[in-house]
Ligand binder design. Structure first.
Ligand code: SAH
Ligand code: SF4
Length: 385
């Protein structure tokens, strides 16, 4: 059960509404169909006097085929194609920069119609012929974690569902991964991680709507097992995400005492570690052996002692979990250093001995500043100069 009081839920939602994305209507009055739920798409068709099966056809063209041009929709007769094109568009965010790292990590800076921009990163899996797309959920972040560059940027706004799905669709465009008329193409972009800029559970409505679109079996059709939502610990919204989406959960833990976590992840003052771990135990995947990922950023001399590794193991005891040890990626002006390789190894060994997988996340895309929030800042500096 959610321990979110009605008043608290109202407050979170009201706060989110302040930062709501603009509704996109092009200057010529056409509206974007991307990001509408199936029901909303059916309502749009009804409004222009079309039958419900048209919505079904359009959904398939937009989310299964990746079509962007009504004129190429061969199952729709020309007069209707024209009618649709007069009223609607199938939008994408604009690519501002597209950088490929020497390790094949690829980072996009996408801009929306109000000039706000976010980062989206494709991270290939070294072992397999596939990879993950790391999506942003907000422009900036209000939570100000001490080690995180996004936290230093003033939150501009939440992303809308269209902008969240749009990042994935634009990444698919870049890899040409929509099926050809001859059949399915192999899919590199097979996983989504909500680990980019922003706190997804502070923009829950839009994130949930976007994930329901990507999970829909008649469109992009990614299973909830292929989606991981990372949160810094918005405890009340974790229950809701578990009940309504059931995607994999990653928790940005980063410290094992409230004293230190209050400092590193200030949201901890509101939802302390004990409450956070209890919410993890309630999370649906925890009861059916799908593992929860605990992210732990390794900061030299701050949170990387052997005693802290043992305390971490004690905290998560009994949970199906894995621990992701993340080497800190310094940014200009950051006050921390990455842990030494020895400290990392010792920490990982203790976690592993306790029976948890504890991969050390290899830094990816260092040459293209693929850490949270860095590319966007570089762009803003360039613009200011
Ligand atoms: N707001 C959510 C999701 C986005 S942040 C959350 O906090 O979980 C996703 C991850 O980026 C966090 O777990 C954090 O550990 C990581 N991160 C942020 N700044 C980093 C840095 N400088 N170096 C390495 N990882 C960083
Ligand atoms: Fe926000 Fe996550 Fe960065 Fe914290 S780590 S400031 S919650 S994006």
């Amino acid at each position: 059960m959610s321990d979110l009081t009605e008043a608290e839920r109202e407050r979170i939602l009201a706060k989110a509404a302040l930062f709501s994305p603009p509704v996109y209507v092009l200057p010529d009055g056409r509206r974007d169909l991307v990001g509408l739920s199936k029901e909303e798409l059916a309502a749009e068709m009804a409004l222009i006097g079309e039958k419900p099966f048209r919505a079904k056809q359009l959904w398939h063209w937009i989310y299964h085929q990746g079509a962007r041009d009504f004129g190429l929709m061969s199952s729709i007769a020309k007069p209707l194609q024209e009618k649709l094109a007069e009223r609607f568009v199938i939008g994408r965010p604009e690519v501002v920069t597209d950088q490929l790292s020497t390790d094949e990590t690829r980072k996009f800076l996408f801009k929306f119609r109000d000039e706000q921009a976010v980062e989206t990163v494709y991270i290939p899996d070294r072992q397999e012929d596939r990879g993950a797309v790391c999506l942003s959920s907000q422009v900036g972040c209000t939570l100000s974690c001490r080690f995180c560059h996004t936290g230093t940027q003033r939150l501009s706004r939440n992303l809308g569902a269209a902008e969240i799905v749009g990042q994935f669709m634009a990444a698919r465009d870049a890899y040409g991964e929509w099926p050809s008329p001859k059949g399915e193409t192999p899919r590199l972009l097979s996983t989504i991680v909500l680990m980019g800029m922003g706190e997804p559970l502070y923009n829950y409505e839009n994130v949930a709507k976007a994930m329901k679109i990507v999970m829909d079996g008649e469109g992009i059709a990614l299973s909830r097992r292929r989606i991981t939502l990372s949160t810094s610990g918005v405890v009340p919204m974790m229950d809701r995400a578990g009940a309504e989406l059931g995607v994999n959960l990653a928790i940005s833990l980063h410290a094992v005492t409230d004293e230190l976590r209050d400092e590193l992840v200030p949201l901890n003052r509101k939802y302390p570690i004990r409450e956070l771990i209890e919410a993890c135990r309630r999370y649906p995947s925890a009861s059916n052996a799908r593992r929860i990922t605990f992210e732990y950023i390794m900061l030299r001399g701050i949170n990387d002692s052997e005693a802290e590794a043992r305390e971490l193991v004690r905290l998560i005891a009994g949970l199906p979990a894995k621990v992701n040890l993340i080497p800190f990626n310094p940014w200009p002006g950051s006050s921390y250093q990455p842990s030494t390789p020895e400290a990392l190894k010792k920490f990982a060994a203790i976690v592993m001995q306790a029976g948890y997988a504890s991969p050390i996340r290899t830094p990816r895309g260092r040459d293209i500043l693929a850490a949270c929030g860095q590319l966007k800042s570089a762009m803003e500096k360039g613009a200011a100069a």
